[in-house]
Ligand binder design. Structure first.
Ligand SMILES: [Zn+2]
Length: 246
């Protein structure tokens, strides 16, 4: 399970969390997976459990216009399916949940329809990127049930997958996502069954070496274990270009 955010060339000052991967790099990374015999999955295939040993779900969070304009052509060129997690409360707006990079444009309704027509699988990333861990009932309802309905109104299809904003979740958030009718939900680190499946995040600092390391089946375990060994987590983070997000 790979987690990308934006696609495009961004200077470090404009993208302090290094969320944007240049299209040439995305092409190289996905080509490498294909060359090593990985099968990228459609979301439906993943949900059916039709997952061969070397299979991967490629996901993109937030719904950046850069992903649509510069990432989609790469995916189509390589024939790689992907799932994009959208924020129906911020369509046509910008990434204002991050004060350090609040002006990054997000896709609008028309572009969401184009994404669906282009064959991207569309999931829900909440309503407006509000953190759902510790959220009250109204906030949970807006970010799950209402967000799902808004996406269904645009695409004609109920989204089946959810990705937690900031990767953050707790038992109430997971229950709200399940009760809203989603089949599955993705986090970044914390694993908790079908409604919190971790993903490995890829960012602009990843090198060929760190990307290959992150694609090893043992990487999530390595990352978990490294948290308990002094000095290992920072070393692993240095190696894999992980950037702390505010
Ligand atoms: Zn996000």
């Amino acid at each position: 399970m790979l987690l990308y955010h934006g696609v495009g060339e961004r200077a470090g000052a404009d993208d302090p969390f290094r969320l944007f991967v240049p299209p040439s790099r995305l092409r190289r990374q996905l080509s490498m997976l294909l060359a090593h015999g990985w099968t990228p999955l459609r979301l439906d295939q993943y949900l059916r459990g039709d997952t061969p040993p070397r299979s991967v779900l490629v996901t993109f969070d937030d719904g950046y216009r850069g992903m649509f304009r510069e990432g989609l052509p790469v995916l189509r060129e390589l024939g790689v399916p992907a799932t994009v997690f959208l924020l129906p409360g911020l369509l046509g707006a910008t990434s204002r949940w991050m004060k350090e990079m609040s002006g990054e444009p997000l896709v609008d309704e028309e572009e969401v329809q184009d994404m669906a027509r282009a064959g991207l699988d569309l999931g829900c990333h909440g309503w407006d990127h509000t953190c759902l861990a510790g959220a009250d009932a109204d906030t949970l309802a807006r970010n799950t049930t209402r967000a799902a309905r808004a996406l269904a109104d645009i695409t004609g299809r109920r989204p089946r997958a959810f990705a937690y904003p900031w990767g953050a979740h707790d038992a109430r958030a997971r229950r709200a996502v399940a009760e809203a009718g989603f089949d599955v939900a993705f986090s970044t680190h914390g694993a908790a069954g079908r409604y919190a499946i971790p993903r490995v995040d890829i960012n602009a600092l990843d090198t060929v070496v760190s990307f290959r390391l992150k694609c090893l089946p043992g990487f999530p375990v390595m990352r978990r274990v490294s948290g308990r060994v002094p000095g290992l987590r920072p070393a692993l983070n240095r190696l894999t270009g992980r950037v702390a997000r505010g």
